[in-house]
Design a binder for this molecule. Structure first.
Ligand code: HT7
Ligand code: ZN
Length: 873
């Protein structure tokens, strides 16, 4: 397969101004007639051939201005239709047949259960009809859908329905018009037996919008939360960005088979049912929050993505990074801001940093790819959002808002580039953002090495920061970046110290602009050696190295005025303590947890707090994945052993504190996914987890009682996990059985059942996994099932996936080989853990590499080929 380069970009030779589609739906033989109104681009000379994309199409008819094309007037080759000579302005009619029921890749038009649905981003539309399938071709769409009246009573597409009626042979039709010119990737069609929840929203200028959430009948009791989220997001976007909705109706549809979370098609968002359906009995707090975020994210795309779209797919972060930043800000404004930031950063600096350090590392704006759907990555989304956050922090919130207003106004209806966004911010702020642009072109996580020196005589503190971005594939040398480092200084008593530079006070919190490879700052008028609080709020996506003592970390954890750094201080202190324990484990000595951590946690558990959500986060030890990120050679077994030992020693030492916390956070009120209730449940269940870790019987009985009380899925799932992961099989096995029987009818709950079982740390989990792969509720064809069972095992049960006999690697490779045939996008995602083999010891490296080699022997999809080839390069 060939790579495509950003530097080869050429504007389209022809624009489609209007697209008329007619679908005659049939599971195995859908007919698609397309009438495209085309115009030659004014810069193109005559004689430019028309080239259209098409895949898996059976072509039945091709005609220009009503004249059927002769065989020597066109060529179909390499998934392209080339028509040699076309007029300056013309109408192209095509008719093709496609097979949606055989489409297991879930790109283009496919069948999910009894529904028809589409996924066109990034290049799925070419599986529906011949088209210039690229985002800089924008047309208005009129779509007529014809289908069986009984089986497909509801037939939806973008925009507004303008005509409908009955047809002979039990069929009916409906025509939809979308007045907003859009690229083909935003096209959508859904048809099936669906029911709706309907609501209304009055926009800020007083327009009435009909909101509809379409689901299959069995899911009508799970729609209210997403509708509330949608209205909240619509209001927030008006207030925070001045963005108003622009059609008379906004529709969301839930489908069971979907490769990602959801899709922002104009006026007709299609959602993975796991990303939209919720009720208290079936859905955990974490899932409620995730749904809220995704509903908001897709809605926000209406402006950041749809009204202003991307010129080409290299610019993907223009819409995704910005929209993730917008959804993060929404969550920070509507939930616990500190926890939202902590959770996002925890994910970024484990999973995204790992991506940036691995064989598939790429810049936020890549400059080449083989398969664009491999680039819906944490780097594009999450690092892309961090880059926008840095921009906002550099220019300030008011200027940023002026910049975004100007960006939306100036580029409305256009397909643009990252430069257009950054240049608008430079223009409104007057800042020079040229160096800042390197964040978009350089891959890899910058490493900051910080040194502090206190000069008692001069009463000065010198802070020196050096930056270095490691080499990544294809980018051996890096240039210094423009890095905002928010910081403060603490006195030995924890008080925030005034920051005086060149005689000028900056209060207790300032931002240092690091632009050179090495830079120093001097803080004056300091009577004591300060403890630096660095990178407050995680002001830049970098790896920070500073040699804090453990006492310093305990101080930051207790007193830092920045909530994020209080959490981070605790994580770093715990990491240091865990490192001691790993050393002891390797030497076969007993692992003793540093008493300072225990005392720091005792302090936390005993001081009054008004933010229980943050407290719950602070009481979680660093994850195995983050600990692994800190090691040059990942020692899976030592990490697991040390972490388990630390949990049990914290539990033994702080039992009464956890017990008190558990009881103090019981709720009487009916379930609601409010920030206050979520915080209480989170804290209560963290405490119960530690209580169970003592190995005592009593907390297990509390877990069993909580499971049986069946109050809400958050509590039930937390209790089930504790029971199922314990050695007390007489409690765990019946709970697993009861849960499986009760929820056998609900695939989204069965996904939780799968995930709970395959995260069991004991070695018997592999047999359980193989058994569950044969379970009737499991199917390799459904991405949610694959993620819940296989994905959870390989990503969240590290100690068993990385078993030294290679059994985990073999199992994953077998699954990936099967998925390669069924669903290449999912295959390429699932193989990720194997591609990180260079991080492990020699024996594991050999085993993982052997599995990658075995995969490489197969006839590979472009998706999987690209990832495996990069890993083995
Ligand atoms: N913009 C959407 C991308 C998407 C997607 C990409 C590849 C394969 C399947 C997909 N489904 C949705 C999702 C979003 O960021 O909102
Ligand atoms: Zn998105």
């Amino acid at each position: 397969p060939q790579a495509i380069y950003l530097s080869d970009y050429q504007p389209p030779a022809y624009q489609v101004t209007r697209t008329e589609l007619t679908f005659e739906l049939d599971p195995h033989a859908t007919r698609v007639r397309a009438r495209l109104h085309l115009e030659r681009h004014e810069d193109q000379g005559q004689g430019e051939a028309l080239v259209l994309n098409g895949e898996h199409l059976t072509t039945l008819e091709l005609a220009i201005d009503g004249q059927t094309l002769k065989d020597d007037e066109y060529r179909i080759e390499n998934e392209r239709l080339t028509i040699f000579r076309v007029p300056e302005r013309f109408v192209l009619d095509t008719e093709v047949e496609i097979d949606p029921a055989a489409n297991t890749a879930l790109e283009g038009l496919y069948v999910s259960g009894s529904m028809f649905c589409t996924q066109c981003e990034p290049e799925g539309f070419r599986r529906i009809t011949w088209y210039p399938d690229r985002p800089d071709v924008m047309a208005t769409f009129e779509t007529t859908i014809i289908g069986d009246r009984e089986q497909l009573p509801v037939m939806l597409s973008n925009g507004n329905p303008v005509e409908w009626g009955e047809l002979p042979d039990g069929r009916h039709f409906v025509t939809w018009q979308d007045p907003h010119p859009k690229p083909s990737y935003l096209f959508a069609l859904v048809a099936g037996e669906l029911e709706k929840l309907e609501d209304r929203f009055t926009t800020m200028s007083g327009r009435e919008v009909t909101l509809q959430l379409w689901v299959e009948a069995r899911n009508t009791d799970k729609t209210e939360w997403a509708m509330e989220s949608l209205k909240r997001a619509m209001r927030w976007d008006e207030q925070a960005y001045g963005r108003e909705y622009d059609l008379d109706r906004f529709m969301i549809v839930a489908v069971d088979d979907f490769n990602m979370g959801a899709m922002e098609n104009k006026g007709l968002n299609i959602f993975n049912s796991a990303a939209v359906l919720a009720n208290p009995a079936t859905t955990t707090d974490a899932a409620f929050q995730r749904i809220d975020t995704i509903v908001a994210h897709e809605y926000f795309h209406n402006w950041s993505g749809n009204r202003v779209t991307c010129r080409d797919w290299f610019q993907l972060a223009l819409k995704e990074g910005f929209t993730v930043f917008r959804d993060q800000s929404y969550t920070e404004d509507t939930q616990s801001a500190a926890v939202a930031r902590i959770q996002n950063v925890a994910m970024l600096r484990t999973a995204q940093f790992a991506e940036d350090a691995g064989p598939t590392a790429h810049p936020v704006r890549p400059d080449h790819f083989i398969e664009i759907s491999n680039f819906y990555t944490l780097t594009i989304y999450e690092k892309g959002a961090e880059v926008v956050r840095m921009l906002r922090n550099l220019v300030g919130p008011e200027t940023f808002r002026r910049g975004s207003d100007r960006y939306f106004e100036r580029f409305d209806g256009q397909a643009v580039r990252v430069e257009d966004f950054v240049a608008t911010m430079a223009e409104v702020s007057g800042l020079d953002l040229d160096q800042f642009m390197r964040w978009y072109s350089q891959a890899g996580t910058p490493q900051l090495s910080v040194q502090g020196e206190y000069d008692a005589t001069a009463r000065q503190y010198h802070l020196t920061i050096a930056q270095h971005t490691p080499a990544t594939p294809g980018q051996p040398d890096k240039q210094p970046l423009h890095i905002p480092v928010r910081m403060g200084l603490l006195g030995p008593d924890g008080a925030s110290l005034e920051l005086v530079v060149n005689g000028e006070s900056h209060g207790t919190d300032t931002v240092l602009a690091l632009q050179q490879e090495r830079q120093s700052w001097t803080f004056e008028q300091l009577d004591v050696a300060p403890v630096p609080s660095l990178l407050r709020g995680f002001s830049a996506p970098v790896q920070l190295d500073y040699n804090w003592s453990r006492d310093d970390l305990a101080l930051l954890m207790r007193f830092d005025e920045d909530g994020f750094n209080r959490w981070d201080g605790g994580q770093r202190l715990a990491l240091a303590a865990l490192e001691d324990m790993m050393v002891a484990w390797r030497a076969n000595e007993s692992m003793k947890l540093d008493g300072r951590l225990i005392e720091a946690w005792r302090g936390l558990l005993n001081s009054p707090t008004d933010d229980r959500a943050v407290l719950a986060e602070m009481l979680r030890l660093p994850t195995e994945a983050w600990i692994a990120e800190q090691q040059s050679v990942v020692d899976v077994d030592a990490i697991h052993a040390a972490r388990e030992a630390a949990i049990s020693q914290l539990a033994d030492n702080l039992y009464v504190d956890f017990e008190r916390t558990y009881h103090a956070n019981q709720l009487d009120a009916p379930y609601a996914p409010t920030p206050e209730q979520i915080a209480a449940r989170s804290l209560k269940n963290v405490a119960l987890g530690y209580m169970v870790a003592t190995g005592e019987r009593e907390p297990l009985m509390l877990a069993q009682a909580q499971f049986e009380a069946d109050h809400n899925m958050t509590d039930v799932r937390a209790a089930l996990t504790l029971l199922a992961h314990s050695d007390a099989s007489e409690l765990g096995d019946p709970a697993i059985r009861a849960f499986g029987e009760r929820w056998a009818h609900d695939p989204l709950v069965m996904d939780q059942w799968f995930a709970t079982q395959v995260t069991r740390p004991q070695q018997d989990v592999m047999e359980r996994l193989k058994f569950l792969m044969e379970h009737q509720a499991f199917s390799l064809k459904n991405p949610n099932r694959v993620r819940a069972l296989i994905g959870t095992f390989v990503n969240s049960n590290r100690v068993n996936f990385h078993r030294i006999d290679g059994e985990g690697y073999r199992l994953l490779a077998d699954v990936v080989i099967e998925l390669n045939q069924l669903n290449p996008e999912i295959a390429a995602r699932m193989v990720t853990p194997l591609t990180r083999f260079r991080r492990f010891d020699e024996q594991r490296q050999r085993l993982m590499r052997a599995e990658l080699e075995r995969i490489r022997q197969e006839p590979l999809s472009r998706n999987l080929y690209e990832v495996v080839a990069k890993a083995l390069a």
